[in-house]
Design a binder for this molecule. Structure first.
Ligand code: ADE
Length: 225
């Protein structure tokens, strides 16, 4: 897979992707990530990428010209163009799974009040939000979406870890609580059931706890099902 991130802040998008699992996925050749500064496609002498809103109003909007030029240069026949914006559809694990099988993604990061609507109408395949809050720009959101889908590329997590058994692999249930050693930490004990060695009992306990946790933290997931 190749990911091209178009942003005014390439370092914000890239730095979270240059550590740990995602760094190793790049080194293993599973994914190639390029972050580009939109200013590189601005043609006026001040390399301007934004302008005032038509019809008045507060704030600035990303101009269409540099974005059209950048995407014309980077786009291939198999590209999906994603705009990161709080106005987008909310990004979920199922979409991360779908996108993890694509060959080429361009992630366009909004800034200021967003982008000119003609960019969305003509160039964008998918508008994505990472949640119901407003970031200062879309570069962090591009890193979040990239991380979530790159770790699902076969081989990215290595043999020892599987994405099957975690929260959102079942989209209606969070993961159960988990424990490691020591068995007794300052008098706080690992639940008895884990010491029983009884696999079916452990699974039943985990299911019950997953439901309890989901009811408490994310009742919306249970009512979605
Ligand atoms: N840009 C600003 N806020 C955002 C959000 N919540 N999701 C995606 N892009 C954004």
């Amino acid at each position: 897979m190749r990911i091209d991130i178009l942003t005014l802040f390439p370092e914000i998008a890239l730095s979270p992707l240059n550590e740990s699992i995602i760094k190793r996925a790049q080194q293993a050749g599973l994914v190639e990530i390029h972050a580009h500064n939109l200013r590189d496609w601005a043609t006026d002498k001040h390399r301007k990428t934004d302008d005032y809103l038509c019809g008045g109003g507060q704030g600035m909007l990303l101009k269409p010209e540099p974005i059209f030029a950048a995407i014309a240069e980077l786009k291939r026949d198999d590209t999906i163009v994603i705009l990161l914006t709080p106005q987008g559809k909310v990004f979920k694990q199922a979409l991360a799974r779908d996108l993890s099988t694509e060959a080429h993604l361009i992630m366009l990061c909004g800034h200021y009040e967003g982008v000119d609507q003609r960019v969305i109408d003509e160039l964008v395949d998918l508008e994505l939000s990472i949640g119901d809050y407003v970031l200062t720009n879309g570069a962090l959101a591009a890193a979040v979406v990239s991380d979530a889908l790159i770790r699902l590329i076969p081989g990215a997590l290595g043999d020892a870890r599987s994405p099957e058994d975690e929260s959102f692999s079942d989209p209606t249930l969070l993961e159960a609580p988990a424990y490691t050693k020591p068995i007794d930490f300052r008098g706080l004990k690992v639940p008895e059931v884990f010491l029983s060695g009884h696999h079916a009992k452990i699974e039943a306990w985990k299911k019950e706890q997953a439901i309890r946790r989901t009811k408490e933290n994310r009742p919306d997931l249970l009512s979605d099902s």
